[in-house]
Design a protein around this ligand. Structure first.
Ligand code: CA
Length: 241
């Protein structure tokens, strides 16, 4: 097993959390993994620290004592695409969706494991570096290969016949591998601005896409490919066994 240490590789993370104990645990765990940690216990401090230090990634609790976490997101998004990962309570579904719609990149639900948090931060930061396609415009996951230019999807070498909408959904999800894609974002990317709120379109076409991929994959190797985040959206799952 490889060590988890050092994966933060000197990246600066701004931890915004008003609960002192949670913040201390996060700061300790993240510095152990090689991050430089900046801390803020309220929104005003968070904004000041962000302006002064320009961290590589922000870990943001939404329930802050002074300003709303959404205001912190708005402030950052006015001038930067710094990845923002939300720390959310279990019953804050609506707030979480709103934060994602306003430009947060992902979320973790409390209580969470440090490995999960670390994985989310890594994916959020990697995404800022560009899409995951290779030079030939190919995206892959296990035995699945999607060729953007040829508009072709193959599973273990055999072609899968997808509709243009199914192809687009898969392309957007694979292009954001590991990262949460909200239903609203899928609607915008695949159907266009006019379709906001038509969540059932997404549901129907993702189901159909899953059926076709399952039929092309009798061994069930792609079973964990498209993971549903209930009420929020989808992500391409982790490939690790
Ligand atoms: Ca809080």
């Amino acid at each position: 097993m490889t060590t988890a240490q050092g994966h933060g590789a000197g990246a600066t993370v701004l931890v915004v959390e008003d609960d002192d104990e949670t913040r201390a645990v996060l700061a300790r765990e993240l510095s152990t993994r090689g991050y430089r940690v900046e801390e803020a216990a309220d929104g005003a401090t968070a904004i000041r620290r962000w302006e002064a230090r320009r961290p590589d990634v922000v870990l943001l609790d939404l329930g802050l004592p002074d300003v709303d976490g959404l205001q912190v997101i708005r402030r950052i998004r006015r001038e930067a695409t710094t990845p923002i990962v939300i720390l959310s309570g279990r019953y804050e579904e609506r707030e979480k969706v709103e934060a994602l719609e306003r430009g947060a990149d992902d979320y973790v639900t409390k209580p969470f494991g440090v490995e999960e948090l670390h994985a989310r931060l890594r994916v959020a930061m990697r995404h800022g570096a560009g899409p995951a396609a290779d030079q030939q415009g190919r995206l892959g996951w296990g035995s699945l290969v999607l060729e953007t230019e040829r508009h072709e999807v193959r599973v273990a070498g055999a072609r899968v016949d997808l509709s243009p909408i199914e192809f687009e959904i898969l392309r957007v999800l694979l292009g954001n591998t590991g990262r949460l894609v909200t239903k609203a974002r899928l609607l915008r990317s695949v159907w266009g601005e006019a379709y906001q709120g038509e969540d059932s379109y997404v549901y129907v076409h993702v189901s159909q896409l899953r059926r076709k991929l399952a039929a092309a994959d009798p061994g069930g190797e792609l079973r964990g490919l498209i993971v549903t985040e209930p009420g929020i959206g989808y992500r391409i799952g982790d490939r690790r066994p």
